[in-house]
Write a protein that binds this ligand. Structure first.
Ligand code: SF4
Ligand code: SF4
Length: 375
């Protein structure tokens, strides 16, 4: 990243729409105004992907940004849709399409999109890392990396097998930081151990941390009057060492202006503010459905090896997130379920309930997990 560059990126995956039912109907007039203001206030980073907004986000970027501003006014990142790759030729074909859709001769950052167990297997089989490396050598890409949605062990493996990547994009927010399901902190620590710069996605947890419960908002107000709930979430992520960029999927001018107000002259979080966040996390967790402590006493004896605390954590987060459509928790659940038994595989033997120090009705909760996350 450029030294002194502002640490807020405009994520082009939740842009305002003219038809709320159709993600491809982006409100171009409003996005144009947002881009103009964003650049005018000294920000420069834009994040898009092949598949955002029903495959139209890259075209929107061309229309509102690259066709209107000189190439050195902005930093542009897009992503190879790893999940759609069938054969090696797809890499070159899609990359060429992306350059044309975005209307640029090179990308500043180019990432393999959404690596997890399954997509990493595709990337390995088709040599996708070699492809992006070669694009960097050819000057069509400045920096390479991947966005990631899985656990710390696989991240460690990928970074060990591909130590030359420049950057990793991770889901980090204060509520997922210590959660057993998403494991933000552990993934962050792996990336730092490998010496990687980190781009943060979902700092506001898909909008959930912008709309916090009333008692939490009172805590924020008492600490820093007049600051939005989103400001706490974005500043938390931006304050971590090694985080070079925080993406915010801004959906209207009001959100953009709010984000700009505290990121224009970004001040890292003070210790006293971190203490407020610790209280907030414990309040939000206290309001969670399943009071599992993640002790793992129940898992060793499970005949079908269900990762019980992990599924409970994802369920709790799902319940807090006031989901609209796409669910990150569901993506993580599906990833886990590829290598472990699903919640619905429970044999109701009762072993786990006998072990649980919290006396949780595990069998009943697993049924709820299956209902909510196995759609
Ligand atoms: S009741 Fe279900 S989750 Fe619990 S140990 Fe038996 S099979 Fe595993
Ligand atoms: S034993 Fe109970 S508290 Fe511990 S991980 Fe299992 S369900 Fe959670």
């Amino acid at each position: 990243m450029v030294i002194g560059m502002k640490k807020l990126g405009l994520g082009c995956m939740r842009l305002p729409l003219t038809d709320p039912e159709n993600p491809a109907r982006v409100d171009i007039a409003q996005v144009t105004q947002m881009v103009d203001l964003f650049l005018e206030r000294g920000f420069s980073y834009f994040d898009t992907a092949y598949m955002y907004h029903g495959f139209t986000s890259e075209n929107v970027v061309r229309e509102v940004l690259t066709s209107r501003y000189p190439r050195d006014r902005y930093i542009l990142t897009t992503k190879m849709p790893t999940m759609r790759l069938k054969e090696q030729g797809d890499l070159e074909r899609i990359f060429g399409e992306q350059l044309a859709k975005c209307g640029v001769a090179y990308f500043d950052y180019y990432l393999l999109h959404n690596l997890n167990t399954m997509h990493y297997e595709i990337a390995q089989r088709l040599d996708a890392f070699a492809f992006i490396r070669q694009k960097k050598q050819a000057g069509q890409v400045r920096k390479i990396g991947f966005s990631y949605h899985d656990g710390p062990a696989l991240l460690d493996q990928i970074l060990t097998e591909h130590p030359y990547v420049d950057v990793v994009q991770l889901q980090i927010n204060y509520l997922d930081w210590d959660s057993a399901g998403i494991q933000s902190r552990k993934c962050y620590e792996v990336a730092r151990r490998h010496g990687k710069n980190i781009i943060v996605m979902e700092p506001v947890k898909g909008g959930a941390l912008a709309n916090v419960p009333e008692d939490v908002m009172q805590l924020f107000e008492a600490a820093t009057p007049g600051m939005s709930a989103a400001s706490w979430a974005i500043r938390f992520a931006a304050s971590l060492d090694g985080v070079c960029m925080v993406l915010s999927g801004m959906s209207n001018m009001e959100q953009l202006m709010d984000n700009i107000s505290y990121m224009e002259n970004f001040q890292p979080m003070q210790e006293s503010e971190r203490e407020v966040l610790a209280q907030v996390v414990s309040r939000m967790n206290a309001a969670t459905a399943i009071s599992c402590t993640g002790c793992n006493y129940c898992t060793a004896g499970c005949p079908v090896k269900i990762p019980i605390p992990t599924y409970f954590s994802l369920y709790n987060t799902e319940m807090q997130s006031m989901r609209r459509g796409f669910s990150v928790q569901q993506v993580y659940y599906e990833n886990y379920a590829k290598n472990h038994s699903k919640a619905s595989a429970c044999l109701e033997c009762g072993q786990c309930e006998r072990q649980c120090p919290q006396h949780l009705p595990v069998i009943r909760w697993l049924k709820k997990v299956a209902e909510v996350l196995e759609e």
